[in-house]
Ligand binder design. Sequence first.
Ligand code: HEC
Length: 400
Amino acid sequence: MKKILTSLLSLGLAASAALAADAPVNAVKVSDDLSAITADSALWSKAKFSTVTLYPQAAVQMNDKKANEANSGDKAKKAEVAALHNGKTLALMVKWADGTKSVQGGYSSDTYSDGFAVQFAGATKKAGPLPYIGMGSDGRPVVVHLQKATASVYEPNGNKDVSTQINRQQTGIFGDELKAYDAKVASLAKTDYERVFVAEGFRSLTEIKDGSVASVAGMTYNTNGWSGTLARPLNDSYMKATGTVPVAIAVWDGEKMGRNGLKNLSSWVAVNLEGMKVDSKIVAEATEEAKGNVEKGKAAVDANGCAGCHQITKSDAQSFMGPSLSNVGGYSTVAYLRESIVKPSAVVVPGYNRNAHSNTPWYTIEKGKRVSAMTDFSFLDKKTVDDIVAYLKTLKAEVE
Ligand code: HEC
């Protein structure tokens, strides 16, 4: 079946099953305390797992040739996601395959760890569409919970700036100092790397360090993959849950030097809280299927010169005039794709044109607002936009 779908897509034909978004996850209601739940809790046996697809993030590439090459042939990953809630706390479990356990050590700077993140839509004054999947956007914040697999990380002041330089050869004269130093490192080392951020657009990622988010995350490795868990309040000053909580999930593979933007990312997934009223607007936005005609959309993309600024599929040459669209159909909602075409400045992906000058960004700043360098295609008729969106939804890597 998978083969048939793939070949249908390569012919550019609409295959509605392949265009469908991941189904909502059901959070099973329990009465137990969930605030410190870990992967080995027996409570998870009550939960139901749903499949969520995670696509290689293609929008903003890292300036690291080796890492980019290690990930160039990347495929989409499947994660199994389950949820529990008790009216106060939401607990999520994310399981994904990873054949190599990569853990961040304290000293080396060129090893990278496996990790995962869960993103929530932040509280806003007025209801609107879901925030941009990457980093939110103006007025549409996101809250990001990040957990990395760590051995021990020395952080003298919590700012990640290790200042002491040591020379391990000089044990003769400095042996005692070295011993004292190692003892200090051991006493200050942290074995957990768990962070919470808020962001309202790219380059606005801010860590919440005051402990005002009462969350607990963890990662457990078993022979062929990770189980990551997160528990957080349904309501706090950063998030206000209705009966449906939209989440997006990202995973990093340390073996492939994954970090920052080099990750696999899901689109928004609706988590319905059992016993509460389903928020049909959120479910509709997260699961909306493109209505247009894929073949006509492909023709419209050709006719409107999108390829002049974008790499459309992985087999096209890279274009640095705009972000690669090669996986955009995997991690974007239909509403976001529509908006990107007819209102390019609503969300600005802030890369730059590497072929021209490293400081030639994909936007200009006018009156303090980022304005996209992309042509405004609001002149296209609605049907053509629908067709383009349907084609864009087919742009995504195969599942590994
Ligand atoms: C003049 C260059 C240019 C053209 C032509 C152009 N784009 Fe863009 N596009 C950009 C730039 C630059 C960005 C990043 C800034 C932003 O987010 O608006 C972008 C962003 C996007 C995004 C958001 C990508 C993401 O990862 O979130 C989509 C989708 C998109 N363009 C689709 C299209 C389509 C479809 C066409 C043709 C109908 C098109 N673009 C034509 C320059 C262009």
